[in-house]
Ligand binder design. Structure first.
Ligand code: AHM
Ligand code: MG
Length: 337
């Protein structure tokens, strides 16, 4: 089939043969994520009506307490995956510990664990700004049929089998990779179908956008401060000064930069020496997508996907985007920090 009008469901079937392990299980897992994304999308689109229908914490007409959207998104993704017995474990930014998913007979022969940030940038919901879901999939390392262990989740990002995000923006898009490039699908809300709208997404080698919360400038390391001065200097040859764009919603900032070319940085600060973003739920999946699109993702010195995690909620400084821009930022980091 040619790409025009191809749906996500058709794409998954067409590409199953290219998946690293083509048992059909990964296809079913991505299909479940597709379903959960549509349900979460439906809930998010009603967010502005909360003041009319009742605020988070209120009791709704059915006598159920209204949940905060990030908690609701977490439950919806979890339940969708648990009901389908499609993963053997789930770890989420919203939960303190990982969840063991048991099958019917208390064993679980599924091979994959899923890690997610169910609603990233959720502080933006109240002000009608885009939010996203981020997910990351690994093959378990513990023996099949036994409960998953923490080690199944603490794998290096380079072991990811698939990763992706959903951006709930002016339109809703699901973008993902299974290690063979990056493809983006846009939801037609009228019929609830994702269509392949952005085949083979690639990060421009160099761009003109830098995305950093510059308000923390005074707390940045010297290398970071000098790089920001560089971004603002006049140099017609390489399109400087760059344009500052910072939504404060990683998925949206990343998505824009991947399409237009740019760099996203959440650096270390004096107050937060490991930055803010989580290695397992945010940085690793975005790094996998970034590299698959030809971009680069590091902590300013080391490749993100080479870091061996030691804790589920570990934080790490994050530099990601157009290859040449990330390399330039790294030069400043190693020279001055
Ligand atoms: P969250 O997972 O609590 O939503 O935090 C992650 C978000 C990212 O989406 C965004 O890039 C960053 O936090 C913004 O942080 P800040 O407000 O410090 O700039
Ligand atoms: Mg987050």
């Amino acid at each position: 089939m040619n790409n025009k009008h191809m749906t996500l469901g058709e794409f998954i079937i067409d590409n199953q043969k290219h998946f690293k392990y083509s048992s059909g299980e990964l296809s079913r897992l991505i299909n479940s994520i597709r379903l959960a994304a549509k349900v979460v999308n439906h809930e998010i689109r009603k967010a502005g009506l909360v003041d009319i229908t009742g605020a988070a914490g209120d009791i709704n007409a059915q006598g159920e307490a209204q949940q905060k959207l990030d908690v609701l998104a977490n439950d919806l993704f979890k339940q969708t995956l648990i009901n389908r017995e499609i993963v053997c474990g789930i770890a989420s930014e919203e939960e303190d510990d990982f969840v063991i998913v048991e099958g019917k007979n208390k064993t679980n022969d599924n091979k994959y664990v899923l890690l997610m940030d169910p609603l990233d940038g959720s502080s933006n919901i109240d002000v009608n700004v885009s939010v996203g879901t981020i997910f990351s999939i690994y093959r378990r390392i513990s023996p099949e049929g036994t409960p998953v262990t923490k080690e199944d989740f603490l794998q290096k990002g380079s072991e990811q089998v698939a990763a992706g995000y959903v951006v709930y923006g002016t339109s809703t898009m699901l973008v993902f990779t299974t290690g063979k490039g990056v493809n983006g699908f846009t939801l037609n809300p009228a019929i609830g179908t994702f269509y392949l709208s952005h085949p083979n997404m690639t990060y421009p080698e160099i761009g003109k956008i830098y995305s950093v919360s510059e308000g923390y400038f005074t707390h940045f390391q010297e290398g970071m401060k000098r790089y920001l001065v560089y971004c603002k200097e006049l140099n017609k040859k390489d399109n400087r000064p760059y344009t500052a764009r910072y939504i404060g919603s990683l998925v949206s900032d990343f998505h824009r930069n991947m399409i237009k070319g740019g760099i996203y940085i959440y650096p270390a600060t004096e107050i937060t020496p490991n930055g803010k973003l989580r290695l397992l739920y945010e940085c690793n999946p975005m790094a996998f997508i970034c590299e698959q699109a030809g971009g680069k993702a590091t902590d300013g010195f080391t490749r993100i996907m080479d870091i061996k995690p030691t804790e589920l909620h570990q934080r790490v400084p994050f530099f990601c985007g157009s290859k040449q821009m990330v390399e330039k930022a790294e030069e400043f980091m190693s020279e001055y920090s």
